[in-house]
Design a protein around this ligand. Structure first.
Ligand SMILES: [Mg+2]
Length: 439
């Protein structure tokens, strides 16, 4: 029997890698030579519709994510598109709680990130079908529809569906005004473009001046190398920017807890706003100790926090002061909404991790949705901005005078140019072939 109902037909998955390690773009104390990469998925339907998503990685292992997305494909092909879009909460649970795939996490790491790429791709398709940008699709849902997207399992000791509903109902007032504000003024950004650890002092100075001229008032620098050199570099930057610009630092997990406290107290001489990932993101107790000991410097983390349950502990225990969601670390939009709701409950600002490849493009939608419909707060909120690789996206972010302009295109912004995907596909793409023959 031939059915005319539209179903998910197949995925196309590409291993796309950019040779960023050649210029040390993205280099930090833990990740010395990243090749920013995407395990890039295009979800296809029998009706010819598509949605795009990806897992961000930094090179080797990207092929593992490609295989993980293939494993998730088997759970999606054949599902009716309309039924999935009508109940994205159930779709998320279907993928995340698959009784066999779940064993590979549970709810963390390679398989969870692959689920995130697929969930995000379906959200991209959904927003395109509605003819709106993702942030406005989400912001148009009723409080109950938003609650229905979230899996509250393992969260209810700190956030119940009723509490989430109350947070969202409180934010209903003013949604229209905040939407207009974003469309007119955009959303604040901070930049890490000047701060990579592999850059020379000259390059850092040049990029700092450029950032100030571009209107940024908050800059972040990588630390966690030799502490004397960190102190020297941060002092140099503080001198360049003057007293009124916020400076944050990012240690990318390299310190032990006591070492972090000692080093952050030394860096405090240069008026640090937040310290990011001072130690292992799994160490909730360690984060709590660091944040008690380095006040008033704020402690930030999230880009490597595996799931909403770890976020629950970090947020509810006061272990972090800044919540750094990542669009592609946890299992996609739905799980990030759970985290936004918990951050709103504990009144902790969400300042997303971005950069990499495509992270800015997607995560801006979550921050804008948060402002319109969840926290209703934009004070002390910034989205990270790094000026790399946007040219590969069909709808690249637009950051003007230190602010993200609100997207007006349809979808999530995850779609890459077809020629970028073929040129940088690893290892057979033309760009990689040219490099292997020339080096
Ligand atoms: Mg970081």
């Amino acid at each position: 029997m031939i059915s005319d109902r539209e179903t998910f037909s197949h995925f196309v998955v590409n291993d796309v890698r950019f040779p960023t390690s050649r210029d040390l773009d993205g280099s930090d104390a833990m990740n010395r030579d990243p090749d920013y990469s995407a395990a890039y998925v295009t979800v296809h339907t029998t009706g010819g519709a598509t949605g795009h998503g990806f897992v961000f990685t930094i090179g080797r292992g990207n092929e593992v994510e490609v295989a993980a997305i293939r494993a998730v494909e088997q759970l999606v092909v054949g599902l009716a598109v309309d039924e999935v879009l009508a109940d994205m909460g159930s779709f998320w649970r279907r993928l995340t709680h698959d009784s066999q795939l779940r064993w590979l996490g549970p709810e963390k790491g390679v398989i969870h990130m692959a689920i995130g790429a697929v969930v995000n791709a379906v959200w991209d398709l959904y927003a395109k079908r509605q003819g709106v940008p993702l942030w406005q699709l989400l912001s148009g849902f009723t409080p109950q529809q938003i609650v229905d997207l979230v899996d509250f399992r393992h969260l209810t000791d700190q956030l119940t569906p009723a509490e989430a509903l109350a947070i969202l109902e409180k934010a209903e007032d003013g949604r229209e005004r905040r939407t207009q504000e974003l469309l007119e003024r955009g959303y604040p950004a901070y930049t890490t473009s000047a701060g990579w650890i592999g850059y020379s002092d000259e390059k850092v100075s040049h990029l700092v001046r450029q950032a100030l001229e571009s209107g940024f008032t908050h800059l972040k620098f990588k630390v966690g190398g030799d502490i004397e050199d960190d102190l020297r570099r941060v002092a140099m930057v503080r001198k360049l920017v003057g007293p009124d610009v916020r400076l944050s630092v990012d240690a990318n997990q390299v310190w032990d807890v006591n070492e972090a406290i000692f080093n952050v107290r030394r860096l405090a001489a240069h008026d640090i706003y937040w310290v990011e990932e001072p130690t292992s993101p799994d160490d909730v107790l360690g984060f709590g100790e660091i944040s008690r000991m380095v006040r008033p410097i704020k402690v930030a983390t999230g880009e490597h926090v595996a799931n909403r349950v770890v976020f629950k502990q970090l947020l509810s225990s006061g272990a972090i002061d800044v919540c750094q969601i990542d669009a592609c670390r946890v299992a996609g939009v739905n799980e990030n909404i759970a985290i936004l709701l918990m951050a709103a409950k504990f009144q902790i600002p969400v300042c997303p991790h971005a950069g990499g490849v495509g992270l800015c493009e997607i995560v801006q939608h979550l921050s804008m949705f948060d402002y319109v419909a969840v926290s209703a707060n934009i004070e002390e909120h910034w989205i990270e901005f790094v000026d790399h690789l946007h040219e590969h996206f069909v709808d690249p972010v637009q950051v003007v005078k230190g602010r993200y302009l609100a997207p007006r295109y349809t979808g999530s912004g995850a779609a890459m140019h077809a020629e970028s995907v073929t040129d940088f596909e690893y290892p057979q793409g033309a760009k990689w072939k040219a490099m292997t023959t020339s080096s």
